[in-house]
Design a protein around this ligand. Sequence first.
Ligand code: CIR
Length: 254
Amino acid sequence: MLIAITRNVSDRIAYCELTHLKRRPIDVSVARTQHRSYEQCLIELGCKVQTLPTEPDLPDSVFVEDTAVVLDELAIILRSGVESRRAETDSIARALSSYRQLFHITDPGTVDGGDVLRVDRTVYVGMSGRSNKAGAEQMRQFLKPYGYDVRNAPVKGCLHLKSAVTQIAEQTLLINRNWVDSENFPANKFIDIDPSEPYAANALWVNGTVIYPSLFPRTQRILEETGIKLRIVDVSELAKAEGALTCCSLIFER
Ligand code: CIR
């Protein structure tokens, strides 16, 4: 059974961190409605959704993916590259402690979960504005005993590694090659996003279906033509906070 940890949208989401986007008004009630449809989609795809209580004072706390990495054998509680997001991990660590043994990234390491892409036994860590070599090295030490290969993958022009590349089928990655070099991921097949939709590489593969945002119709068509099974969701209001699809959940086997 897959567990999906989520968290309701903070009233203060308008004060979120923004790196590559201009600040635009965010309608909290629309963002919450979209977030509920996202959770509903996860339920329909077979996840048991565990929604954590809202953190009213933490604007970005809906983006739970950035707080932890959960693998079958352990969970790593992360240390964000931005100070404003570090308090988000307390409640996540409490929730995850019932499922996994916990390890912690510590100073000077920083890693945001949006920078962590696992493909089978390889864990790629994006070298971005949020995640650094010290953080990746700590992950490498935690994961070595379990046989994971941890590799650093430089990204440029985007927030996180998973803004640039995500897994959408066995050994198949959806990629924006302007933001990350495909040579970082040997032994994988690639589907390129439509170049007019640079943010289109973030998709969420759950139980054989790809949850995909309605914002990128051209890339959606490419995926449909490839025969990928899609579930389309509207997360346009959350996207104004620079949040993508993967970042709104932490999904793992119970
Ligand atoms: C931030 O800048 O941290 C948030 N406004 C957005 C985080 C999105 N996280 C993700 O894609 N993993």
